[in-house]
Design a protein around this ligand. Sequence first.
Ligand code: HEM
Length: 640
Amino acid sequence: MLDALVRRVHCSQRHDYRVQCGAPASTSLPRCLLRQRDVRAPVKTSYGTCGHLLQPRKRSRRAAQRLVARASLAGSLVPLGLFLTPGLLILATGFVKGKGNLSDGLSRLLTEVSQGYFQPNVGGETIPVAQGELSDLAGDEPLFKNLFTWFIESGGVYKLAFGPKAFIVVSDPVVVRHLLKDNYDNYDKGVLAEILEPIMGKGLIPADLETWKPRRRAIVPAFHKAYLKAMVSMFADCTQRSIDKLTKLTESGQEAIIDMEEEFLNIGLDIIGLGVFNYDFGSISKESPVIKAVYGVLKEAEHRSTFYIPYWNLPGAAVLVPRQRRFRADLGVINECLDGLIAQAKRTRQADDAEALQQRDYSKVTDPSLLRFLVDMRGADPTDKQLRDDLMTMLIAGHETTAAVLTWTLFALVQNPAALERALAEIDSVVGDARPALEHIQKLPYIAAILAESLRLYPQPPILIRRALGEDTLPAPLNGDPNGYPIGKGADLFISVWNLHRSPHLWKDPDSFRPERFSETNSNEGFKGRWAGYRPSAQGSSLYPNEVSSDFAFMPFGGGARKCVGDQFAFTEATVALAMLLRRFDFSLAGDPKDVGMATGATIHTANGLKVQVRRRQSPAGPSSLSAGSPQLSQQPVTV
Ligand code: HEM
């Protein structure tokens, strides 16, 4: 195990070194040995083979500010916690006086205070341990990148302890297949459900298994083929709004610098509003209190998913903490809007069974939204609250995710001229100036490979979360204990999609952007027949390479029972938007790729926006008949 105790350091010229902690092999491992601080001392006066002085990685000013902010927030909430029980006061003093740094001590204290219990023993004693501290989270890198470093050091299943809380981190396709498919009903969403419950209630993503089963059965049929066809037309309309805006900004050959991440978020919001509840946010061209509230709630969802102390559960936090007060106000605005839309849909209900609803003539349907289908479907009869939870869930699940895919795809393409050229040739010859239709999308395999490659490098979300409802034994990961790892009820798991997608055991040249990889077979003898490898032929009729063709090494939309319900919606949306924008404009990065940065939330987004220079594309070749596309959008969006 000691062999794994390595850390990265740099010399003054930024040569990269891996150093080993100096503890003797026989020593039992106190947690502090793994902390960067403890590794710094022995290397402070060491020199690398380059002759330069070795030094620990420097924290950026931003990271340091983040750490201070977290520590001070923790500090400001301590008094609340201290009132809860005198025993915790002693605990607090012990932690704060202890050797750990202040933020680590406070973080542990707050985790316990706010959750009110110590993490029960959740088994997993035989799992290799990597231990982390809050200071690791406050480093330069997002959490999922730290998880990758520990994966390389500790293997496809390891345990990570933050104070009293332990997470089992899984980065092996055989174990992931077991969790998501073979034994899925032994797991719920655990910590994620706790975080999201105030926002999504019992919507499909956080729902417990009992609530989830009938809702999943009701929602899946709503994404039928005729719906998807109508949606493709709407995707084109919403992208056209952005094209019109960019066309204006690039009048008479001008060049404009645009934050395309923001633009993709606007396109995505308009699309998800229309597709889910036939509400036109019109966010590409205007601001409204509802849009502001949606962004406010999304920001809070992101804050909660990265802030590992659930301070918002402390008594009074919702009233005392300004951002929590704002969050409640924003949630009120959205709920009022959704309640209005649900009431209106119920007033105009035309009940029918699912099959009949799927056979409606969608070229004449004025409201093709999911809400309309869910209200009209006979037999499901969800309560207003359940409907609202499902709508809110889909609004959040389908907005930032697709925008993030488009952002990172464009980021990759502007740096890969050969891939861009091939993409343009495909768009020009298959779609040309036509309005993209479902039939076009099936004929754009290279665009599909580009989007898949972007999702491989930047999975949205980078981590999936589960909690064991009963005991289980995780199968052995690559090079792990052949007996597997028993875990107990209540064990919390992080499935690291980032690690799977960038694993050197599963992919050749994993960090390169190379869409062509999806037409090559790939395997690893080390799995001894337990992992089937990546096989393009197993993709079948799916629009994109997926968890089936990669045997859970590539999961752009998750896998198994709780796989994304909006995968086809999202994939066609991204294809339409990308094809239409690339056809019309030339994009090049305004600045250094490093300036874009990376930040983590529910999705991976940029730290500083995706600023690109936009120019009109000069006379692109290819079919130019508009009649080849689908008919104009016939739906009349509702505004309340
Ligand atoms: C590119 C865009 C998208 C990506 C990358 C994505 C990814 C995912 C992933 C990975 C999961 C599995 C989560 C887990 O197992 O814990 C998921 C679930 C889900 N997604 Fe998506 N999603 C996208 C777009 C959408 C859209 C457009 C919608 C709805 C219109 C949607 C609705 C949902 C729902 C409801 C679930 C929960 C399914 C269940 O638990 O049964 N997603 N998504």
